[in-house]
Design a protein around this ligand. Structure first.
Ligand code: PGA
Ligand code: ZN
Length: 424
């Protein structure tokens, strides 16, 4: 029997930074209900789908989302009533038509994505299959390696570290559960090391520590020290991944770069590439995201020429999970991987398309949370469904981060012996 959408409603809630975001409730004709909540970024790409905010200075400094909520309740929701809930692509397409803009600026990507995710979850529940299986099929059984952001800098912290994320990657672990343990233990050991040095152990937006360090390099060396002290072998049990989020210290998306937080001064694209080459030769780095800024396509290409056969080069702000930019990247050899964030593009269907494009090109793809998150663990199921092999969901603190890791623990347990876990 066809199960159709019978009700959609929305409300304004708060994200992990205490900023408003959209929650959507969907009800189906068989009585199934589902809810989803939309994340929000801070170091956003210029070409991301538009997150609709009220701009009313009297509420939340203009960040309210009542307009997006009203768009769900009054425009998008009513137009979807009666549609077959399993027709995800058709439902998402209908919302794109209702919005009518390239970047969802009319009704808001936050409104549209909230519905898109809640519909997927409702349809899965109605079919009585887990969300990862509903979206990924019967073969979905690979757990992602959790790239845990244990040290934060850039826009995500108030310290003197320029690069935004330093991640511990448990690629040598035998299972997700063990991998999570490796990096959670490393996180706790890192805390002790920072404490012993008299440094701050307060955490940044994604739950990693945000101390004032001697240099960006000090961040890497301190993490390596933590890995060893926790009893693991750097590069074998646990490797390192970085997200420079270089747009945030660029000149309007291009060179020159200003390492402003550390005070290390102005750098060209070539300087940053040379620094990366040196680091990659000295440290067990396996992945580098946004080493250059979103409009520095040429710098990105040169970076990939130099390092693409050694490490995964991921584009985040430059591709914004959009097949228009990913296809250009594939053609020009800009990177060899794309970050994948549902709210950068705004529907589940388009996100899946971005993943498919990467896969078809032999690229990798890196499934990601946002720095502003909620307790919704949608991302965990999505990562398993997409068979991406790795995800980032922040550190071993802050429940909005842990919610995804905990859901992955559940999925792994449910899959039992059929679960897979490997880096490449
Ligand atoms: P954002 O950061 O969610 O603030 O954009 C995450 C990232 O840059 O990968
Ligand atoms: Zn990024």
């Amino acid at each position: 029997m066809k199960v159709t959408i019978s009700a959609i409603r929305s409300m304004e809630i708060l994200d992990s930074r205490g900023n408003p975001t959209v929650r959507v409730f969907v009800e189906l004709s068989d009585g199934t209900t589902a809810v989803s909540s939309v994340p929000s970024g801070a170091s956003t790409g210029e070409n991301e789908a538009l997150e609709l905010r009220d701009g009313d200075p009297k509420r939340y400094g203009g960040k309210g989302v009542l307009k997006a909520v009203a768009n769900v309740n009054e425009k998008l929701g009513p137009a979807l009533i009666g549609m077959d809930a399993t027709q995800q692509a058709l439902i998402d397409q209908r919302m794109l038509e209702l919005d009518g803009t390239q970047n969802k600026s009319n009704l808001g990507a936050n409104a549209i994505l909230g519905i898109s995710m809640a519909v997927a979850r409702a349809a899965a529940a109605s079919a009585n299959v887990p969300l990862y299986q509903y979206l990924g099929g019967a073969g979905a059984r690979r757990l992602p390696v959790p790239c845990m952001n244990i040290l934060n800098g850039g826009e995500h912290a108030d310290n003197n570290v320029d690069f935004q994320e330093f991640m511990a990657v448990p690629l040598g672990a035998p299972s997700f559960r063990e991998g999570l343990r490796y990096v959670a233990e490393t996180f706790h050991v890192l805390k002790g090391i920072l404490k012993d040095r008299g440094l701050s152990t307060g955490v940044g937006d994604e739950g990693g520590f945000a101390p004032n360090l001697d240099s960006n390099e000090d961040a890497i060396e301190t993490i390596i020290q933590a890995i060893e002290k926790a009893g693991y072998r750097p590069g074998i049990d646990i490797a390192i991944a970085l997200d420079s989020a270089a747009t945030s210290f660029s000149s309007d998306g291009k060179a020159p770069y200003d390492l402003k937080w550390s005070g290390a001064g102005t750098k060209s694209s070539e300087d940053l590439i040379a620094l990366a080459e040196e680091w990659v030769s000295r440290y067990p780095i396996v992945l580098w995201e946004d080493p250059l800024a979103e409009e520095d396509w040429e710098g990105f290409r040169k970076f990939t020429d130099k390092l693409g056969d050694k490490i995964e080069v991921v584009g985040d702000d430059i591709f914004v999970t959009n097949t228009r930019y990913i296809s250009r990247g594939i053609e020009e050899g800009t990177a060899n991987s794309s970050l994948i964030k549902l709210n950068q593009i705004g529907t589940v269907t388009e996100t899946i398309e971005a993943v498919r494009m990467c896969r078809d090109a032999g690229w990798r793809y890196f499934i990601s949370h946002r720095s502003g998150e909620t307790e919704d663990p949608f991302l965990a199921d999505f990562a398993v469904a997409m068979d991406g092999g790795h995800l980032k969901s922040g550190s071993a603190s802050r429940s909005e981060r842990i919610a995804k890791y905990n859901r992955l623990l559940e999925i792994e347990q449910e899959l039992g012996k059929s679960a897979l876990y490997y880096w490449k």
